[in-house]
Design a protein around this ligand. Structure first.
Ligand SMILES: Cc1ncc(COP(=O)(O)O)c(C=O)c1O
Length: 428
């Protein structure tokens, strides 16, 4: 992978912050967008803008074709059977809420959670894969069971095995932790869930952008992910669901486009995936995520998925893995830095959370992040929307760096040098 060539596609990387070249290490929060995706957004609104599934005029038909094609491309990207299994939503949070609400109000056997039914979660979940289930506990009488971590940040799979019983109806787990960067053994967890007759939901917000994904290999029933963490605009995300399940599930949002017929007495639902896409969709966002179309003019409408596939997801993973090993080695060499999560790059992605310890006391991560920002380095600090995990680590928060395809070893060198300097001169 030619990183310098990739960097040319990201105009924002030319910015200077506080007089220094921007080093963008906050990719787990959101990534930047390449010029190809920015052009797709502009081309859509310049040449193709129309509502979809409504008007028979040329623009309406073209926009519909592009939008449907985007579903197909996303399906291929994650190894789904077909586009009916791909529901466009706003983000991972909405994808998980869709499943939660649908199961709360479900009308089909096995697809409704009853009081006393159990949902198994881990304590490392992002709030978006925790708070919706707390809502089901409070409104639906569902019982939540939690799986903890070993001291190295890996999930306690023996505890998981014990928590999953015949009462378990659903197991929910992030594929990759947005704090520890640890890659969870989701195929194994899926096997345990299915053996108990439970459904299995994977939060792929931090994995789908960074490694090859095949939903059949993962063995999941649902997979949630966000476009903005993989080069697409904010406001577009995906729920993958197995077709047999989505067919029987109760819709989450109600209104236009999700129906085939409406009388004053009632309505019938549209076919998949439109049954779950009520109202005017984020058509441009969907195309900027999944578009990959050669236009008659010879111009190419390229979405984020197309861009990533051109690089190759194996290449993306290999690049980030190399950066992660390099950064871990650099960080380890700075005295007073404590790193969280496993050391082995086989088991983690390019998300590294750490703290600086001064005479046994943690330096406030926001102070460290502020010093880094002074030098043009964008990192995140705080609880990273995973407060129960911070509690387990015994900290209020951490500093987090996270990489993507355009980050370089030179940037890691600069970061390590600046952090070393901050630790030596500004904090002690
Ligand atoms: C693991 C994980 N799950 C879910 C989310 C929620 O993503 P979004 O805010 O796009 O819904 C995030 C966001 O950081 C995340 O890291």
């Amino acid at each position: 992978m030619d990183v310098e060539k990739v960097r040319e596609d990201f105009p924002i990387l030319q910015r200077r912050i506080n007089g220094k070249p921007l080093i963008y290490f906050d990719n787990a929060a959101t990534t930047q967008r390449p010029i190809q995706v920015l052009n797709t957004i502009q081309t859509f609104y310049t040449l193709f803008n129309a509502n979809v599934h409504r008007s028979s005029h040329t623009l309406g038909r073209e926009a519909t074709e592009l939008y449907e094609q985007a579903h197909e491309n996303v399906a291929r990207f994650i190894g789904a059977e077909d586009e009916r299994e791909i529901v466009f939503v706003r983000n991972s949070t909405e994808a998980i809420n869709l499943v939660a609400y649908s199961l709360l109000f479900g009308e089909s056997e096995g697809l409704r959670l009853e009081p006393g039914d159990e949902v198994v979660l881990t304590i490392m979940e992002h709030h978006s894969n925790l708070v919706p289930w707390q809502f089901l506990r409070d409104r639906g009488g569902v019982v939540l069971r939690f799986v903890g971590l070993n001291d190295d940040g890996r999930l306690d799979l023996e505890q998981l095995q014990r928590q999953v019983t015949e009462k378990t109806k659903l197991v929910c787990c992030s594929h990759v932790s947005n704090v520890l960067g640890v890659i969870n053994a989701v195929s194994e967890i899926g096997r345990i869930a299915h053996e108990a007759g439970a459904l299995f939901l994977v939060d792929g917000a931090q994995s789908v952008p960074h490694m090859p994904i095949d939903v059949k290999e993962l063995g999941c029933d649902f997979l949630a992910f966000s476009g903005h963490k993989m080069l697409a605009p904010m406001g577009i995300g995906v729920l993958y669901g197995r077709r047999e399940l989505l067919e029987k599930m109760t819709p989450f949002l109600y209104g236009g486009d999700m129906i085939t017929d409406v009388k004053l007495e009632g309505a019938t639902w549209n076919k998949l995936p439109w049954k779950f896409e009520a109202g005017t969709a984020n058509v441009c966002g969907g195309i900027a995520l999944g578009g990959a179309v050669e236009l008659k003019s010879g111009q190419r409408l390229e979405g984020a998925v197309d861009y990533l596939q051109r690089i190759g997801m194996e290449e993306v993973r290999a690049h980030e893995r190399e950066l992660t090993e390099y950064a871990l080695a650099g960080l380890r060499a700075i005295p007073s830095v404590r790193i969280y999560g496993p050391w082995n790059s086989d088991e983690r992605v390019g998300v590294i959370a750490f703290n600086v310890i001064k005479r046994g006391e943690l330096i406030d991560p926001h102070i460290v992040a502020g010093f880094l920002n002074d030098e043009g380095i964008a990192v995140r600090s705080g609880g990273h929307c995973a407060y129960p995990l911070a509690d387990r680590l015994g900290v209020a928060g951490t500093v987090r760096i996270s990489f993507y395809i355009y980050n370089t070893k030179d940037e890691v060198d600069r970061f390590v040098e600046v952090l070393g300097d901050i630790v030596r001169r500004r904090l002690f």
